[in-house]
Design a protein around this ligand. Structure first.
Ligand code: RB5
Length: 144
């Protein structure tokens, strides 16, 4: 199960990604929006990131124009590791080394083919653990 949300700039790609994920067997929860009216990306980033942070969903995908605003907002939530990926390499490393649980995509920055490649890698690549687990544990900031 993967949840997905976007803003108006990302909605067309969101629809394509939903179809793409379903075509290779994933159940997708679409958290909106449902039309192309202008919306504020943090509203959708927080909606999805809260669900990941609470443990209600394991993985999420956020799509806006650049992916930047979505990643900034999502990463404010404890336990959320949102990665803005532009290509196959960054998507693979985001999973292998960073155990990214939210993928952010810039619909205006990359083409549909690359987006599908990134999504597939994000959905299928395992975390390597080991020394990367120690580093991922240090991402959560605690005032000492
Ligand atoms: C909307 O115009 C645009 O600012 C938004 O989609 C996103 O790129 C923000 O980071």
């Amino acid at each position: 199960m993967i949840a997905i949300a976007s803003d108006h700039a990302g909605i067309a790609l969101k629809t394509d990604i939903c179809r793409f994920l379903q075509s290779f067997g994933f159940e997708v929860e679409d958290l909106g929006p449902e039309d192309t009216l202008s919306v504020d990306y943090p509203d959708y980033a927080h909606l999805l990131a809260r669900a990941v942070s609470d443990g209600r969903i394991e993985r999420g995908i956020l799509v806006c124009g650049t992916g930047i605003g979505m990643s900034m907002a999502a990463n404010r939530h404890p336990g959320v590791r949102a990665a803005l990926c532009h290509d196959a390499y960054t998507a693979e490393m985001a999973r292998r080394h960073n155990d990214a649980n939210v993928l952010c995509i810039g619909a205006r920055a990359i083409g549909g083919g690359v987006a599908e490649q990134i999504v597939r890698i994000f959905a299928e690549t395992p975390f390597e653990g080991d020394r990367h687990q120690r580093r991922v544990n240090k991402i959560e900031w605690e005032e000492s």
